[in-house]
Design a protein around this ligand. Sequence first.
Ligand SMILES: Nc1ncnc2c1ncn2[C@@H]1O[C@H](COP(=O)(O)OP(=O)(O)OP(=O)(O)O)[C@@H](O)[C@H]1O
Length: 647
Amino acid sequence: MSNIANDLQNLSINGNNAQPQQQSRRSYVPPHIRTRPQQDQQPHYQNQYDSAPAGNNYGGNGGYGRFNDNRGYNNNGNGFGYGNRRSNGPRNGGYGNNNRGYNNRGGYQKTGLGRFVDGKHVPAQRNESLEKELFGEADDPKFQSSGINFDNYDEIPVEATGDGVPEPITTFTAPPLEPLLLENVQLARFTKPTPVQKYSIPIVALGRDLMACAQTGSGKTGGFLFPILSQSFINGPSPVPQATSQFSRRKAYPTALVLAPTRELVSQIYDEAKKFTYRSWVHPTVAYGGSDINAQIREIERGCDLLVATPGRLNDLLERGKISLANIKYLVLDEADRMLDMGFEPQIRHIVQECDMPDVENRQTLLFSATFPKDIQMLASDFLKDYIFLSVGKVGSTSENITQKVLLVEDDEKKSVLLDILTAEENGLTLIFVETKRMADLLSNFLITQDFPATSIHGDRSQHERERALEYFRSGKAPILVATAVAARGLDIPNVTHVINYDLPSDIDDYVHRIGRTGRAGNVGVATAFFNRGNKNVVKDLVEILSEANQEVPSFLTSIARESSGRGGARGGARGGRSASTRDFRRGGNQGGYGNQGGSFGGYGNQGGSFGGYANQGGSFGGYGNSRGGQGYSSYGNQSSSNASWW
Ligand SMILES: Nc1ncnc2c1ncn2[C@@H]1O[C@H](COP(=O)(O)OP(=O)(O)OP(=O)(O)O)[C@@H](O)[C@H]1O
């Protein structure tokens, strides 16, 4: 075995054993804390545990934004934060004393934070090294740069439905964007908005709720970050409720909450948030499971205006009283269809409806995804008020920047076909999706023994191993990553040139998200799927997806699709078929389909009743209501929660 293969084998599976001793003894440091410049960490640590230094010691620290503000800590007179609390010193400030909430709280400022003074946003000084860290330099391969087809996004038809849809913007300008946000967008080298951004910016500025569906890799993250940050920079922080106890003083009151399904995705959104909040008063924070909660709590206590979190970890923080949602103005569900399917829906409902978040009328709710099955759209209406539905291209469609190939490969031939493909690969990163965690391990080990530099990511690996696998993949040290569905959504890794569906997923929407890891930001990519009769359940949808994106549909696929619909048994799109979920469900003209949807939902719960069965069950909206509360729905829930464990 080659050296690199040896190396990678050590890294690949259960890498703990293979770790050099020295490294394994080091305690785990979450990635968002790892990259913090040294000068940042030191004062904070002291500040938190030692007795507080005099306020003005900090005042001189250029670049620390609010420290220089006489109205901030210094003015409150009590020195800083926690040290002070411990020593029971007089604690002035407190919450609600002024409108700058967090300024009174911590004692620590991250480099580059600005202030909001007398109704005006005062950005912090520029900081060259931080800028370089956040935005890189032109052509830096670590950062995704837009590809040759970026301008083609303009040709994708956009449909915005709902009352009073505002005109989209066509360029990034201030106004309507707040000037600092515009500067940060320029630092990120974004020259013009993608379609979803063109619409979301004025929609959010108008105070409207939004359900936005746009193709993978077409800038949805900016689609929610830009308008929320722009509005926040303009409006400043909300006053923080008066503290009722010593403990509640340490609670964070974020203005914006972004929820996403995986740890890696929240981490990535947080990195984006760091770029676009650069020099602003908005302090982004991240919280996700699998890493030290106390470190996250300390971060949160330093200030948390925009929180990016996975639902499980957020619930934990809410239970511990570390976060209050009472000040939330903006709630975002990224990958919203996943967040509202039965794996996550109870947790989301708890966070949104059973804690202290303002109700739907008193917050703005933004849902984003590349896919929005109709049943999920219906469920989502519970969380939205008079919203605008935005679809860029056909809902759930794939980007034409991805060349899709489907090969007929029997299970026992998969390994050898895969080796052929990988041998022919020249450069770029290859992401291989399998259905089970076990298979992810087996296949990555197999590839390593064949001298292919591979690693794997799945839910049974520790957070440390998951992050290391991604890091090795991103950097090209292990240009082959074998993954379960945990890597299917949202991840934005530059230079992924090939996605291989070694095992096809059973839900076509998962296919859409998986192949969307390539062909992003106007770049091109290839997606290859291994198909055999075991995948009949997705054949119809697959044919539809390929045709919609002007891809070649192999003849074997058409005939298997014909066979399947002839028998009436195999139908893709477990939740109503693609044709039933391609637009705003509120739009009339297909009430019948709506009824059918209800039926099919129940059918799905029953795990694959025949098409005839669906038709019989459907036909009324009441059917949907019944299935939601009844057998069908809970079966569906089980299915999805098991999803969470197999990814
Ligand atoms: N206006 C823009 N100009 C250039 N690049 C952009 C622009 N907006 C976003 N990008 C880049 O496009 C890439 C994809 O964006 P993003 O991750 O937001 O896609 P997405 O639509 O959320 O995809 P997914 O559905 O997979 O989550 C990112 O690298 C992002 O930096």
